[in-house]
Design a protein around this ligand. Structure first.
Ligand code: COI
Length: 341
């Protein structure tokens, strides 16, 4: 594979879209007869699974998304690996799949990173890691049973910005009729939740020209199709408290911790679409996620009306929190919380 060009100042080539370039190898283990096999490193190539595999029919799958960064001294460190390892186990439980033990997953993530060092872009680029678990039992009758076989692999992809256009303010459609995921299942990081959000996100993009859709069923502000949601002003940070309706973002947790450290009053409570409209008269709105990092909102669209945020520009508080987060991730600021390993 060619040396990655994402965010590499030594090249003028256009960066590839997020998630479309991969390392040459990935680590893999298979679960058969109740046992996980020895971890192997194999070429990243089409998989051979039976067309009747459980995952292809009953969506028995979950995944993680985390990043490794190149430090100023050339060392490579992973951001909040422990949190991602724990969330993978939780998602696996929710989709009734066996997961490899946490120490095995950790070893696989670290091995994948070590094997992909040569394609790790310089900051703000990163190596995006996608641990993926799928149910591989061949059985289309097993709609009501867990897959007895599984495969787990860790893919690596050099990435830049998730939202094209770099740090531009995003436009967000407020969707107050539909849910992103089935009730009680939002905290599973599973493809099914992204699939259920997909048609709303595509419709928002195609018909209203927005970047993302914020799901607010019956007015309850939850999350977008690909990230958690925050309101912020000079003094306060507001976000929904953890419950089973949405994904418990590791970046969300990092932003909450950083905001509190920087002196913001952190408020975790349920809030409504009307609260957003009120807040943005003077405050800002942001999206967080491993891929999204911390992205500023410039405009909401709701019921055919536009609501501009901070004159359509990224606000100072969004900027400040993003810089604090990226500073730790990329090793230019002290890792005061011990998030890099
Ligand atoms: C992540 O932020 O890690 C995700 O999985 C979101 C995805 C849409 C790239």
């Amino acid at each position: 594979m060619e040396e990655a060009t994402l965010d590499n100042p030594q090249t003028t080539a256009k960066p590839a879209p997020f998630g479309t370039v991969f390392a040459d190898t990935m680590t893999v283990t298979r679960y058969v007869d109740g046992v996980w096999s020895e971890v192997e490193s194999i070429p990243v190539a089409p998989l051979s699974i039976h067309p009747g595999a459980h995952v292809l029919h009953y969506a028995s799958t979950c995944f993680e998304g985390l990043k490794a960064f190149r430090m100023p001294d050339g060392d490579v460190r992973i951001f909040r690996l422990d949190r991602h390892l724990a969330r993978l186990q939780q998602s696996a439980g929710l989709v009734c799949l066996p997961a490899p033990p946490t120490d095995v997953v950790e070893q696989m993530v670290r091995q994948t990173v070590a094997e992909s060092r040569n394609i790790l872009p310089t900051p703000p680029g990163a190596l995006y890691l996608r641990p993926t678990l799928i149910g591989t039992e061949t059985n289309i009758g097993a709609a009501g049973a867990a897959s007895t076989e599984a495969m787990f692999y860790v893919l690596a992809s050099p990435v830049g910005d998730y939202f094209s256009g770099g740090g531009r303010p995003l436009s967000i459609l407020i969707e107050d009729q539909q849910m992103r995921s089935a009730p009680g299942f939002g905290q599973a990081k599973t493809g099914g939740n992204y699939a259920s959000a997909l048609r709303h996100v595509i419709r928002g993009r195609n018909e209203q020209g927005v970047d993302q859709v914020l799901f607010c069923p019956n007015g309850d502000v939850q999350e977008t199709g690909a990230s958690n949601f925050f309101l912020v002003n000079d003094r306060q940070l507001l976000t929904k408290p953890l419950d089973s309706s949405f994904l418990h973002g590791v970046t969300r947790d990092s932003v909450v911790t950083l905001a509190s450290h920087l002196g913001y009053e952190v408020i975790e409570r349920d809030f409504t679409v009307d609260d957003i409209k009120d807040w943005i008269k003077t405050g800002e709105a942001m999206l967080s996620g491993t891929a999204a990092v911390l992205a500023g909102v410039g405009k909401f669209v709701h019921d055919g009306r536009e609501y501009v945020v901070n004159d359509g520009k990224i606000g100072p508080n969004t900027q400040r929190l993003r810089e604090a987060l990226v500073g730790i991730q990329t090793g230019t600021d002290e890792d005061v919380f011990g998030w890099l390993s």
